[in-house]
Ligand binder design. Structure first.
Ligand code: M6R
Length: 604
């Protein structure tokens, strides 16, 4: 959350940091700001999107700047709470991502010492502390300040006495350094700098880095100089353009056949699973993730349990990290648990903490992640990269499909390893999975049919999504997509569960989306539809092509292409995404940047 970028070099910094900051706007977008080094430091900040700040930004020739786009934690979105924050005489400017847990105590002490505060932000203590400790060396001043604060943070600082220097540090939130030619960059993720460089340094927690146009100095937490490693990362070419689509979300929905295809090349040809040491007897599997990634994990549970008979649990990262140790650890190592962390961004604070907790307990950890080089990929034992390309819309779409696909392939791999699938069966699975891009294309080609359903929802008080078995997680995902971008209240339920409470809410203004695939739960689902219709709730049902029963008992229906029910979550997901998109579009919400949300959730 919050995007940070800094530039020091031989060019005008202003345009470069603004351009880079816009690539990070998905991290937070309630206000933004920039600090530039003129004779003194010049700070410009404004509530609202980056364009608001840009309108009032005077032209500057400075070649040193830091900038920030904010996702509010402490203090409402406002000009005063926007970053950069500065000390009283504007000698130090700081941008911060994260939260300072003990800021109230520090603020109280500083106020007693006579320091004045102008915002409600926890981050404002940082420039005041740094200025207080400053005695000519900015690295030392930051280092001394860090011993006062507790929390999680990425901090970048500039000082009026250091015309070409940015000092930065991270603790549990992301920070990268981009190396250029007589210019260097500081940022909260690589997307901000890929246009300028693919040479990246990834500092570890609590390492302080001093960046000038010609030098990078890295220090450990006792200020001992450290060697650093420069890595070359892959350039993403297609990022940050909408390519004729009205929103990134729509573009990303339509990119799904390609995303699945590219991921298949990775999974079946490059085959990262062969490189993972999964030949031991896996006692149980624990899947851990947040939000949409959690829903992919729930689908994965059904597939892996069906294929391997290995018990799979799925937990929210925020719960798993504080839960009792994983069962089986400390027991026989040959049947220890496998922990699969799923995170599109690879930076989600809770999922990272869960990965660390699992490692501490001796589990073998695998990350399913879309961002190579992201924090989680650097901390776990094995990585499966989903090749979706950068996802900019806050609502996860193409990464959900590629996460599910990775879990299906992981399931078949484990089943083959354990002897529950033979080689011809493995190949059959592969060939069915390879057909997914064309099935998804068929749903995309029916987008007008999905759009025509919108009038059923725009006045809804609440929308219920129901499914059973492998499509129960799709009910959860459908509800999440709808509430996230349309702000209509929505809930996902196992279809059999409505009669245990939620039926009390049903009526004419609570439409239902039911997923009725012809698996062993089909007849039960049809009965559930009857129950809901009997309470006057309009039911729109997703069914398989040629279904004879659904059209008779539903108010509306949508046929997905012919597919084995076990693979139906893929086309069903695309229906859910498009329906939410068209409803949100009709309601005029900010689809790519829904209110109160951010793409990367780097705070607890
Ligand atoms: O980057 P991650 O996959 O770890 O993110 C997890 C959730 O924050 C994310 O899936 C969120 O729920 C999406 N915005 C939903 O569309």
């Amino acid at each position: 959350m919050c995007g940070i970028v800094g530039y020091t070099g031989n060019k005008q910094a202003q345009d470069i940091v603004l351009d880079s900051l816009k690539k990070l706007e998905y991290r937070g977008y309630d206000s933004s700001g920039i600090a530039l080094k003129e004779d003194k430091l010049v700070i410009c900040k404004k509530e609202g999107p980056i364009s608001n700040m840009e309108e009032i930004l005077p032209k500057s020739n400075s070649s040193l700047a830091i900038a920030h786009t904010r996702w509010a934690t402490h203090g409402v979105p406002s000009d005063a709470n926007a970053h950069p924050h500065a000390d009283a005489d504007n000698s130090v400017a700081v941008v911060h991502n994260g939260t300072i847990d003990n800021y109230l105590d520090i603020r109280e002490n500083l106020e007693e010492e006579g320091y004045k505060f102008v915002s409600e932000s926890d981050s404002e203590i940082l420039p005041i502390l740094i200025s207080k400790y400053y005695a000519g060396d900015l690295v030392e001043a930051l280092h001394n300040s860090l011993s006062d604060i507790q929390g999680i943070f990425t901090i970048a600082v500039i000082h009026e006495n250091h015309p070409d220097e940015i000092v930065a540090v991270r603790h549990e939130t992301p920070l990268i350094i981009g190396l250029g030619n007589s210019e260097n960059f500081v940022a909260s993720d690589i997307y901000a700098v890929l246009k300028y460089t693919q040479q990246i340094i990834y500092p570890d927690d609590n390492q302080i880095v001093r960046v000038t146009p010609e030098s990078i100095d890295l220090f450990d937490s006792s200020l001992k100089p450290l060697e650093y490693v420069v890595e070359t990362v892959e350039k993403y070419t297609e990022v940050a353009e909408k390519g004729g689509y009205e929103h990134f979300m729509l573009k990303e929905i339509f990119e799904q056949p390609k995303a699945l295809q590219d991921s298949q090349t990775e999974l079946f040809i490059d085959n990262p699973l062969e490189g993972l040491s999964l030949n031991w007897k896996i006692g149980s599997i624990s899947i851990v993730a947040c939000g949409t990634s959690y829903h992919a994990g729930l689908v994965g549970k059904y597939v892996i349990e069906q294929l391997t008979a290995i018990p799979v649990s799925v937990d929210y990262s925020s719960e798993f990290r504080y839960a009792a140790p994983v069962q089986g650890v400390g027991g026989i190592l040959s049947s220890r648990p496998l922990v699969v962390l799923i995170s599109q961004s690879g930076e989600t604070a809770d999922t990272l903490a869960a990965a660390r907790a699992a490692k501490q307990q001796g589990c073998y950890t695998i990350a399913v992640c879309n961002v190579p080089g992201s924090r989680i990929t650097r901390e776990v034992d094995g990585v499966i990269i989903t090749k979706s390309g950068q996802e900019i819309g806050v609502a996860a779409t193409k990464t959900f499909l590629t996460q599910m696909q990775a879990l299906y392939v992981l399931g078949t791999h484990l089943a083959f390893n354990s002897g529950s699938l033979d080689h011809p069966q493995l190949k059959l699975w592969e060939s069915e999975i390879r057909k997914l891009p064309s099935k998804i294309t068929q749903v995309l080609n029916s987008s007008e049919g999905i759009k025509s359903l919108v009038p059923n929802f725009v006045n809804a008080k609440s929308v219920f999504f129901v499914g059973r078995n492998i499509n129960y997680p799709l009910a959860l995902e459908g509800a999440l997509k709808l509430k996230e971008i349309s702000y209509i209240h929505a809930e996902g339920y196992p279809a059999g569960e409505l009669k245990h409470g939620p039926l009390a809410l049903l009526g004419e203004d609570t439409p239902i989306i039911a997923v009725a695939m012809q698996d062993h739960t089909y007849s039960k689902l049809l009965s559930n539809i009857e129950e809901m219709s009997a309470r006057k709730a309009p039911v729109i049902t997703l069914c398989q092509k040629g279904d004879q029963h659904v059209p008779k008992i539903s108010d509306k229906y949508f046929e997905i292409p012919e597919i084995d029910p076990v693979l139906s979550p893929f086309p069903v997901a695309v229906f859910m995404q498009l329906l939410s998109y068209y409803i949100a579009h009709e309601l005029g919400t900010d689809i790519d940047k829904p209110r109160n949300l951010a793409k990367s959730v780097t705070v607890e």
